[in-house]
Design a protein around this ligand. Structure first.
Ligand code: UD1
Length: 342
């Protein structure tokens, strides 16, 4: 029986794209997801793309008993990619305990399972949010972390620390944290993509939903930042490129190419785009007449951030490939598919 990769949160946005790339690279995948923020139909679409239906178990990983039962049943897990987590910044401010309980307990339960059942490797879904507003741009892996602006951000920083400490005393166990910049876009098939519940918080889903007629108008949060056009700057990484970074990280662990048993890497493009640049690029690529207006800044937003990708490019051997235009076109194709538009 071949070894399996456990993908937690595998029916979610980044998780589903990563399952596709893992299966395309020949890995056998089992997904654990409680479907609290994703749909079971994602499995059908993964199967349409890859021809393979991944194994699936529905439960909440913050439940230690259920997590232990899972490892007891699936005895062939070689590595874990841990995506399952709550991820809405604003909601985390309103519900801090839920965020700490869910995001931290699920990691603790998985690490406990690794130790008890001899699973050697984990790749963890971290975020550039751990850098806060950096003093110097672009940010390298040597850039110091800053105190988190939100409970969500703090869970990412705490989870990184837990993995670092865990790896220190468990020398045969290995973790890589990938610090994502802003993941956007969708699979080129248009069969999987980001599917936010309710009104989207993130920029690109809000844009595509506005273009599809679900929202009246996009609000651009602030045009008085210290940037060339006054709108905030981010590093937007294509979700398929990001998914491939996970496959590279898994291979690095399995093939024992790591430098130490706890590592972290930035995963971005190395290019910063302003909100206005992104909106204009979307209009240009799709030809859609997107309605937008400038409003005040959104609380908790930072002004600008983009990655220095040198270390990831050289040490991890991964590079983003897709252009912003291709990525925005893929997001629009997905939205049109979901809404049944031509
Ligand atoms: C935030 C988090 C990131 C997290 C992500 C997941 C920080 C610093 N970043 O990213 O770690 O993974 O959420 O949800 O905490 N914007 C508009 N109008 C909109 C929506 C967004 O102008 O309707 C602007 C924002 O002000 C921001 C940019 O678009 O400047 C990107 O926003 P968004 O997509 O929400 O991502 P971040 O806030 O960068």
């Amino acid at each position: 029986m071949s070894k399996q990769i456990l993908v937690t949160g595998g029916t979610g946005y980044i998780g589903s794209h990563t399952v596709v790339e893992l299966q395309n690279s020949g890995f056998d995948v089992v997904i654990v997801d409680d479907l609290s923020n994703s749909q079971i139909e994602v499995l059908d679409n993964i199967e349409k793309i890859t021809g393979i239906r991944p194994a699936f178990e529905k439960f909440d990983l913050s439940d230690s008993v259920l997590t232990d039962q899972f490892f007891n049943k699936y005895t062939n897990i070689e590595a874990i990619i841990h995506f399952a987590a709550f991820k809405a910044v604003g909601e985390s401010v309103q519900k801090p305990l839920e965020y700490y309980r869910n995001n931290i307990n699920s990691l603790l339960n998985l690490l406990t399972g690794m130790k008890k059942y001899g699973v050697k490797h984990m790749v963890f879904s971290s975020s550039c949010t751990v850098y806060g507003q950096p003093d110097k741009l672009p940010v390298t892996e040597a850039t110091p972390r800053k105190e988190a602006e939100s409970p969500y951000g703090n869970t990412k920083a705490i989870c990184e620390d837990i993995m670092r400490d865990f790896c220190k005393t468990n020398e045969d166990l290995n973790c890589i944290a990938l610090r994502y910049f802003n993941p956007i876009g969708a699979h080129e098939s248009g069969l999987i993509g980001e599917f936010p519940v309710g009104v989207p918080n993130n920029l690109v889903p809000f844009i595509t939903q506005t273009a599809a007629g679900l929202r009246e108008e996009l609000s651009i949060f602030g045009d008085d930042y210290d940037t060339p056009d006054g709108t905030a700057i981010r590093d937007y990484i294509n979700v398929v490129d990001l998914a491939k970074a996970h496959v590279v990280a898994i291979n690095r662990l399995i093939e024992d190419k790591k430098k130490s048993n706890y590592e972290f890497f930035n995963v971005g493009t190395g290019e910063g785009y302003s909100v206005m640049q992104l909106v204009k690029a979307f209009i240009e690529v799709t030809g859609v007449d997107l309605k937008y207006k400038i409003v005040g800044r959104r609380g908790g937003d930072i002004e600008k951030i983009w990655a220095d990708t040198t270390y990831g490019n050289t040490e991890l051997g991964w590079k983003s490939e897709k252009t912003l235009e291709e990525t925005l076109a893929s997001a629009w194709k997905w939205e049109k598919n979901v809404r049944g538009l031509n």
